[in-house]
Design a protein around this ligand. Structure first.
Ligand SMILES: Cc1cc2nc3c(=O)[nH]c(=O)nc-3n(C[C@H](O)[C@H](O)[C@H](O)COP(=O)(O)O)c2cc1C
Length: 632
């Protein structure tokens, strides 16, 4: 019997139960003292933790003295205030409602320390990784935490400290580090879920996202097929909930205002309800703008007056908080995240920068595919995983942003590829270019489309999903046949997403969105498409910025037509391709201010509109509830 040493069922269940029911507890502590024998059992459990080279680097300081706890509580308060001051609007409001420590509400505090030098230089296993000493002390914390739950004792871990400052306040010798400051006491109850989940601050990631088969990225639980994140996300995207939309429309009509007087915002609220599957829908806050940054091989064709280095320099500017997107995000109360999905220059690690570089820039699409299919798929996956992570971190609205010198050229090519638009109509002046550069840019787009022998279908493949106006119509705008010179050999009617040829030697077809992305796209386009799909799969609204995102949204919609139910067009850019993309997607822009900056700026301006639409549907009284007479 290989499992002959297994515990009896009841005991095994108790082990899993204590793991599942352990909670970080910060409220509902009772004043009852913790008996010495109980504390002794907890500390013995902690002391039985595994440790690197059996170095047992921990010590435990048991604190009950009120004056000492008051001193420590003052340190934590200062850090709490500093952290709060740095939070964007909605997060700051949510944080205000959270209790982050119970130093004075608990009868006992326990400090778990680490001596990284204990055992000397030959400590087995620590020589290569000094941090394993700290890990060992953390395992002691875990033992104590689980044992405490079994004893009916709540434990809260407080980390709002400068470690050296706390060590000095506790009078620790120089070589001893603080690993954990724990508050212990009997409680009125244990919450079934982490308080941060209940409060909407963060969500638990499904275990299937966290388990990889054999290599990082091949996600899947043992015994199950490895999941294909892109296929999974596409499969999860469903049409809006018709009942919730009907309920929202009816509520709008009963709200204390003339019918229809909120104009477009009424439809926005109806769409939010349809997406959430509930009326009223949750408020789309907190919100986070993700700026996907990458460089483009087509820059070598002289399509932009700006040097390529500006991409990396602007990334640094976003991270330093100095760009327009930062100003608009601060005003709208949104968080800013920057994703390096393919910036040519190496970027130093900085808080707020997610390093997800697929390659240092794409290839020039006039000479060959901008990226391989594998790279396009990898970038799509980056985008959808970032959407998942940001939603798991508690965001209820995602906002798209981009940075990439020359990316309006790639966007124009993508828009032509997906909609059949004329390159001259879809190509704009980007950051502002002279007539000669503009003519070159149009020519570059034409040459790119010809290079990939783009097959433009007579009937558009991307269905317009008129989320606002009723059943889907498959007929798009009339002018979808591209110029004759761009029409390649006839493409056989095939499956919706045929696997394109490796290396893209053959013609590309809009019915193969990954192939189109690989042919013309930037890494940011592919990642943005994945980001939009990821948001839609989680039924979280995503506010689209300008032409780069519009091009990416076409790819997303070609992969999963129902994705548009989650999309809110933040604004209309002056780039002509953007209007073409939006009309193809069946989306109406919320603002039209002549912007052409990108970064996520236009989408951020629309964020308060989307939030206000949801709040009105939620908060405004109805004629019956407010006792207001209706129009005769
Ligand atoms: C290393 C570490 C530090 C933590 N620091 C704090 C803290 O300073 N304040 C707080 O409220 N919670 C803190 N927590 C608790 C986590 O927020 C909590 O464990 C998480 O929400 C999961 O909830 P659960 O422990 O109930 O499963 C900390 C947890 C860990 C593991």
């Amino acid at each position: 019997m290989p499992d002959g040493h297994r515990y009896p069922d009841e005991q095994r269940e108790a082990v899993y139960r204590v793991i599942a029911e352990r909670r970080d507890v910060r409220q509902g502590f009772r004043p009852d003292p913790v008996p010495a024998d109980v504390l002794g059992r907890l500390l013995t459990a902690a002391h039985q933790a595994p440790s690197v080279g059996f170095s047992q680097p921990w010590d435990f300081i048991v604190i009950t003295d009120r004056a000492r706890r008051e001193q420590v509580a003052a340190l934590a308060r200062r850090h709490r205030d500093e952290f709060a001051a740095d939070l964007p609007g909605a997060r700051a409001r949510a944080f205000d409602r959270l209790k982050i420590e119970s130093i004075l509400d608990t009868p006992v505090n326990i400090v778990v320390t680490c001596d990284r030098t204990r055992g000397g230089r030959h400590t087995l296993g620590r020589h290569a990784q000094p941090q394993t000493a700290d890990f060992s002390s953390v395992l002691a914390v875990a033992n104590l935490w689980l044992a405490a739950r079994a004893e009916g004792l709540g434990v809260g871990w407080v980390s709002f400290f400068d470690e050296r400052e706390l060590a000095a306040a506790l009078g620790l010798p120089e070589h001893i580090q603080v690993i954990a400051y724990l508050c212990l006491g009997y409680v009125t109850g244990f919450a079934p879920e982490p308080e941060l989940a209940t409060a909407g601050w963060a969500r638990r990631r499904p275990v299937s996202w966290a388990v990889h088969a054999e290599e990082f990225g091949r996600r899947g639980l043992p015994g199950e097929e490895p999941v294909d994140p892109l296929a999974d996300v596409i499969a999860a995207i469903a049409p809006p909930d018709a009942a919730a939309m009907t309920a929202a429309r009816e509520r709008q009509d009963r709200m204390t205002k003339p019918r229809g007087s909120l104009g477009v915002l009424e439809e926005v609220s109806v769409r939010l309800a349809g997406l959430a599957g509930s009326c009223p829908p949750p408020l789309p806050e907190p919100a986070c703008v993700a700026i996907f940054a990458a460089d483009h091989g087509v820059h070598a064709q002289g399509v932009s007056p700006w040097p390529q280095e500006v991409t990396a320099q602007m990334v640094a500017n976003f991270l330093a908080g100095g760009a327009v997107v930062n100003a608009f995000a601060a005003q709208a109360g949104a968080e800013v995240t920057v994703v390096d999905v393919g910036v040519a220059a190496p970027l130093d690690p900085v808080p707020g920068l997610l390093p997800r570089k697929i390659a240092p820039g794409t290839a020039d699409f006039t000479e060959g595919p901008a990226m391989t299919r594998e790279q396009a798929t990898a970038a799509l996956t980056v985008g959808l995983e970032i959407a998942r992570d940001l939603v798991a971190a508690g965001n209820r609205c995602l906002v798209t942003g981009d940075m990439g010198i020359a990316n309006t050229t790639a966007s124009a090519a993508l828009i032509c590829a997906f909609t059949g638009a004329d390159p001259a109509a879809a190509t704009g002046r980007g950051t502002g270019i002279d007539a000669a550069t503009y003519a070159r840019k149009v020519d570059v787009v034409c040459r790119g489309l010809a290079r990939h022998r783009l097959v433009v279908p007579v009937v558009p493949v991307v269905p317009v999903v008129p989320v606002l106006t009723g059943p889907a119509s498959l007929t798009g705008p009339a002018s979808l046949t591209g110029p004759a010179s761009l029409t390649g050999p006839a493409h056989p009617a095939g499956p919706a997403h045929p696997a394109g040829p490796a290396g893209l030697t053959g013609p590309v077809h809009p019915a193969d969105p990954v192939g189109v992305l690989a042919a013309f796209g930037g890494f940011e386009h592919a990642a943005l498409a994945g980001f939009i799909l990821g948001a839609a799969a989680l039924r979280v609204p995503v506010i689209l910025d300008g032409v780069i995102c519009g091009a990416a949204a076409l790819a997303a919609a070609a992969l999963a037509p129902a994705v548009t139910a989650a999309c809110f067009a933040g604004h209309r850019s002056v780039e002509p391709g953007h209007a073409i993309a939006l009309s193809h997607l069946g989306l109406s822009p919320l603002v039209d201010l002549g912007l052409r900056l990108g970064e996520g700026t236009g989408a951020l301006l629309a964020l308060p509109l989307v939030q206000s639409a949801a709040r009105a549907l939620r908060d405004v009284a109805t004629f019956d509830s407010a006792g207001v007479a209706e129009k005769l």
